[in-house]
Design a protein around this ligand. Sequence first.
Ligand SMILES: [Zn+2]
Length: 443
Amino acid sequence: MKYFFTILFAIFSSLGFAQTDLRVYDIINSVSADRIGKDVETLANFGTRHTLSDTVSQTRGIGAARRWIKSEFDKISSNCNDCLEVFYQKDLVKKGDNARIVHDVWVVNVVAIQRGTKYPNRFIIMSGDIDSRVSDPADFTSDSPGANDNASGMAGTIEAARVLSKYQFESSIIYVGLSGEEQGLYGGKGLAAHAKEKGWDIVGILNNDMIGNITGVDGVVSNRDFRIFSEPVPPTETEQQRNARRFYGGEVDGISRQLARYVYQTTKTYMPEMNPMMIYRLDRFGRGGHHRPFNDAGFAGIRIMEAHENYTQQHQDIRVEDGIAYGDVLEHVNFDYAKKLTAVNAINLASIAWAPPAPETVEIGGIVEPSAKLRWSKVDGAVGYKIYWRDTTSPTWDHYRYVGNVTEHTLEGIVIDNYFFGVAAVGKDGHESPVVFPNKVFR
Ligand SMILES: [Zn+2]
């Protein structure tokens, strides 16, 4: 019977039908705009969640906020037979570390791990931020609701945990609230260091920072557009790897870019009404986000966010000036849109956590030959592999061939010079690993 399905799968794949898993639609439908709205409101009502704010009060400040987030993760866990491991991960940052650290502070992240059944040490991460700020980044007492920046991303992360905790996955999923973002990306740096220390095998981080605004400062209104930011190649690449790119290509094919393409493709497959915009840069012009410290540590990481920002509603003291109402307040967050971007995250977490790992090595050959050749390392748990290719100017993996459960294949008549190539592992339910760009050359 199992063999029959494998054959059926191979036939369907070779005919080019997109593989869809009906559970993915259930995940999309289970995400609740109401619950996200309530959570954004709760977070905004802590008054300020500035990283240096009060930690003792039960009602105001970042201490109360992180205790509430932990209690929500604990609640989700008790509803799924303790399926989440919930803990604080923290680092002490000393006064003067930069100009925004005006007193010693514990930067505390709230982490929830949903452990994978087959690859417990392999992680895909969704993050939001706990902290907020007003005009002066060192002002830790003024009202700073941070409803969109970034209660929206935090609420989306909690909601994704609620929805996905009803399922089991082969790889582990981490839902995390990071702190210290506005003070200098401290929380992400701390968790990335923690991951290195623990030897976590990280597929990537989907960092959500502002997923609730649909009315741009330029007047554009859209509840379907969103952006996926990714850097071209890792900053940790070696001089040798950098040199090799001149001869073999790969300037826009780093691990974070492949993760961005993965999210783009999953969205197009399951939520075709959405308009994902892949932005070929680390982050907005001169600005930062919590995926960066993961990139700095050599991990794949992308930023998912609204397409149309409103700067009068970010990092602002709440005030009216020249008839403009400044401030990141609840009224500007569109919960239905935050729900859509949360669903985008949830289906990508699920797809990656249901898929086998990607091949570790992918080798390419075919120099001065009529056909491109690929071979790759076998993946335990894969039922087959897809070779992807695209025009060198295309941002997306436009062509693929399912080649079955083999570890090498020749693409007859496809000349290596004219395309970029990659390989993905395919699992039994059709879920795929991110595409791996060739990391070795053979003759
Ligand atoms: Zn911000």
